[in-house]
Design a protein around this ligand. Structure first.
Ligand code: SIN
Length: 301
């Protein structure tokens, strides 16, 4: 494997590995380490079917299944389809997934660790790719926070609610999302997490709060919570923390949710087709020190 950092705030390209083949322990360890180090990894020129995407993703932890049971591969609710393509009058995928700043699965008690996306059809205009996925670096955002804010928020927690992002998407023109049913809401109740977390791979602190799902800082009164959340959201989205991935068909793009936020840019029209398959990997294993230690040890062998 060859790892080439982008030399921007996030990102590296990993060549000379075929992700459709069984993953050697040493390669797994190198990827795990690189994910902590660079936050966003692109594996170009891959050919992966849905079981292959699922198998590669499952090395990193348990996979979250589609909540609604729609927009996923047949008999594979862990492989979701993100697309604006309509066939026979029916959308084949979720057209507006992730189209604002957020961190996947911060709304669960068991948070997200990584997403693994496979780019099958990428829209282009005038020769340039559309539909970038943009990231923000939460190691850097934490480091750049004012010391008094680091001190005052240390030990505090935020509540994250799946319904916040869902409702925001629903209010957008042309949204096909129905409101969540009471049963669906019950399956995704709000969750609380520390505002600052030690990253399980880097061991460094990250700002774990995002505009998509964070609704409250629990230890503050309502007005103060709203004021501080707005301040954190403005801070974490400053341009110097951002990195944009420009898609090429065949890219497998993998990113660390604990140390980044992301935003899928909808700058293409209904006739400019985008098709991406996605697995969402939970953090059920990455907080186990033995999982990370063994991975990094194999990488060093
Ligand atoms: C996501 O939020 O997982 C979707 C990202 C994308 O489609 O670029």
């Amino acid at each position: 494997m060859k790892i080439t950092p982008t030399h921007q705030t996030l990102g590296a390209v990993i060549d000379d590995i075929d992700l459709s083949q069984p993953l050697a322990k040493a390669d797994f360890g190198v990827i795990l380490h690189a994910l902590g180090e660079h936050g966003v990894l692109c594996f170009p020129r891959q050919t992966l079917d849905a079981p292959g995407l699922r198998a590669f993703s499952a090395h990193f932890g348990g996979l979250q299944a589609s909540l609604t049971g729609t927009y996923c591969e047949r008999n594979m609710p862990e492989v979701m389809i993100l697309s604006n393509i309509v066939e026979n009058g029916e959308p084949i995928g979720l057209a507006d997934a992730g189209q604002d700043w957020h961190t996947d699965m911060s709304y669960n008690d068991l948070i997200g660790f990584t997403n693994v996306l496979y780019g099958i059809k990428i829209p282009h205009r005038d020769g340039a790719p559309l539909g970038n996925t943009v990231f923000a670096n939460m190691h850097a955002a934490y480091e750049a926070l004012a010391d008094d804010l680091k001190r005052s928020l240390a030990g505090m927690t935020a509540t994250h609610d799946f319904n916040k992002f869902w409702e925001e998407m629903r209010t957008r023109a042309g949204s096909a999302r129905p409101p969540l049913t009471p049963e669906q809401r019950a399956k995704r109740p709000p969750a609380m997490h520390p505002v600052f977390m030690e990253h399980p791979i880097t061991g460094r602190p990250v700002l774990y709060c995002n505009p998509g799902y964070a609704i409250r800082i629990n230890e503050l009164d309502d007005a103060e919570s709203s004021r501080v959340l707005e301040q954190l959201f403005r801070h974490q989205l400053q341009p110097q923390f951002q990195y944009a991935h420009r898609w090429t068909e065949g890219d497998v793009l993998m990113w660390d949710h604990i140390g980044t936020l992301h935003n899928a840019i909808p700058d293409y029209t209904a006739d400019e087709h985008r098709l991406i398959k996605r697995c969402q990997v939970t953090a059920d294993r990455v907080f186990d020190p033995a999982f990370v230690r063994d991975g990094l040890r194999h990488a060093a062998e």
